[in-house]
Design a protein. Structure first.
Length: 503
């Protein structure tokens, strides 16, 4: 009869698989965070693999983050302890494990490790409890089994199961680390308003931001602007479009990052010296942007989700880290396989579609940026048409088209307001309608440059105030006086009084 005893001293993987685990630990931040507190160095059967993992674990305990390969090699546990020949061997192995990880996807490895760790726990605990029971030490046997059951259910390498408050202090530390990974809106004022506790960014990993915009106000340009501000900071972006010509969207990206108009770019490409500079921008896009036009009629969110999964896995394997930002322009163009029977109303379809993007953000730990249109009434409010000719309010969440569920699913909702008068003055007003951390009801007035697809930027200028009414033709004068500042309530009242007097 075959021996079915579980070996509790080493991972149940071949040496190549163990190298793949180490490769994911070194080059995949999400994988590192999942296993570093659960796997012990001595479980690796190859001594060099054990030593490298041990150094990574020690680094994490000291600094609370994943080390870079250079930091690991220079650390006190490798560079400060080993002979040059041993360090060369470790450098060679680190290069090899990067290749090994490409042979094994992280999810199946995590699933196998979870089963093994749980099985190992059972094999260690049950004989110990049985020994106490045989010695008639019932209390100790019960304590051992209860402890084992609790730990058994706490062991999760994959994201599922209940959440508890047992380690809330650690979660606070993690939340603070998330803040250090938060993406930028591209405007200091908006980042501070969305998350007053942030340190430069406000768009958190795992959250979804919804841009609420009327038709023809430039929602695609807004999302391209946000994407480019993050690309400029070395963040990776997956941008998927379901409408618009791909060439035009690519032009928007290049115009936004270079700060050039289309004629200026054409002249630059015709000049050999300037063309070389533009190729540097092309290289930046190659490194940090994946743009995928998906314009097939009747496309389902399930098809898009499968494609995102493929691109995310490809990114992890090639760089060791998934995308930081997913932009979808825009999900309302999609349907769902659940609507095949024809018994779902449009608002239910959209709710299912947008909730899929919420789940993708949570699963992949990237921020999700999507847009949704206002209803027809909201469009008329923005354009000051018909019965809304004398309307002054900015767009709010209740102006959303079809599904209120989209608003409840989002962590942040920002409306885009741009009247004809605003367009003439090259102005735009954002209203913070919903925020996970900050106060809502803040309006941010921005100078815009649509020719260069720079819808907002710190150098263009902005000011902000507490209120949900637009400022109309006062905005240009106020911008000159309050650029880069908050417009306080007393100052706002003074400007309104001046306008009422026709001054």
């Amino acid at each position: 009869m075959a021996d079915t005893t579980i070996d509790t001293t080493a991972l149940p993987f071949s040496l190549e698989k163990q190298k793949a685990v180490l490769g994911h630990v070194l080059y995949d931040e999400r994988f590192f965070g999942t296993v570093i507190g659960r796997l012990e160095p001595e479980w690796f059967s190859e001594p060099l693999v054990c030593r490298i993992y041990d150094a990574a674990k020690r680094w994490y305990k000291k600094w609370g983050k994943q080390p870079s390969v250079r930091e690991l090699i220079d650390s006190e546990w490798i560079g400060g302890k080993l002979a040059p020949q041993e360090i060369n061997q470790i450098q060679g192995l680190i290069s090899l494990v990067k290749t090994s990880r490409e042979q094994y996807s992280p999810t199946p490895l995590l699933a196998e490790m979870e089963v093994w760790v749980k099985t190992r726990l059972l094999q260690l605990a049950i004989p110990k409890a049985a020994m106490s029971f045989n010695k008639r030490d019932i209390d100790n046997a019960v304590v051992t089994l209860n402890s084992m059951v609790k730990e058994f259910h706490e062991i999760r390498f994959l994201d599922d199961g209940e959440s508890s408050f047992d380690k809330f202090g650690q979660e606070l530390i993690k939340e603070n680390m998330d803040r250090s990974h938060a993406l930028t809106f591209g405007l200091n004022a908006m980042d501070r308003l969305i998350d007053p506790y942030g340190n430069g960014g406000s768009l958190f990993p795992g959250d979804m931001t919804v841009i609420l915009a009327p038709t023809n106000v430039g929602k695609t340009s807004v999302m391209v602007t946000i994407a480019c501000h993050n690309i400029a900071q070395g963040k990776s972006v997956l941008f998927i479009s379901h409408e618009g010509r791909p060439d035009e969207i690519k032009s928007k990206f290049m115009r936004c990052l270079t700060g050039m108009t289309p004629p200026e770019m054409l002249r630059a490409y015709q000049d050999p010296n300037m063309a070389e500079n533009l190729r540097a921008y092309e290289e930046m896009f190659r490194r940090y942007l994946v743009y995928v036009p998906m314009n097939k009629p009747g496309q389902t969110v399930e098809e898009v989700a499968a494609a995102i999964e493929r691109y995310q896995d490809r990114r992890r394997l090639s760089t060791g880290k998934g995308f930081d930002l997913l932009v979808n322009d825009y999900p309302a163009k999609l349907t769902t396989t659940q609507a095949k029977e024809g018994n779902l109303q449009l608002r239910h379809v959209q709710e299912i579609v947008y909730n899929q993007f919420v789940q993708m953000g949570l699963h992949h730990k990237f921020h999700v940026l999507v847009a949704v249109q206002t209803n027809r009434e909201g469009s008329k409010v923005n354009r000051r048409m018909g019965t809304f000719k004398h309307e002054t309010r900015l767009l709010h969440m209740e102006d959303v088209m079809e599904s209120w569920g989209i608003m409840t699913a989002a962590a942040t909702v920002i409306s885009v307001n741009r009247t004809t008068e605003d367009a003439e003055m090259n102005k735009l007003t954002y209203l913070l309608c919903k925020s996970r951390s900050g106060d809502v009801g803040w309006a941010v007035v921005c100078n815009t440059d649509y020719q260069r697809c720079r819808i907002h930027a710190n150098d263009l200028g902005a000011f902000w105030y507490r209120g949900e009414d637009g400022l109309g033709d006062q905005a240009a004068d106020i911008m000159n006086a309050m650029k880069g500042q908050v417009l306080t309530s007393d100052k706002l009242k003074w400007y309104q009084e001046q306008a009422g007097r026709g001054l």
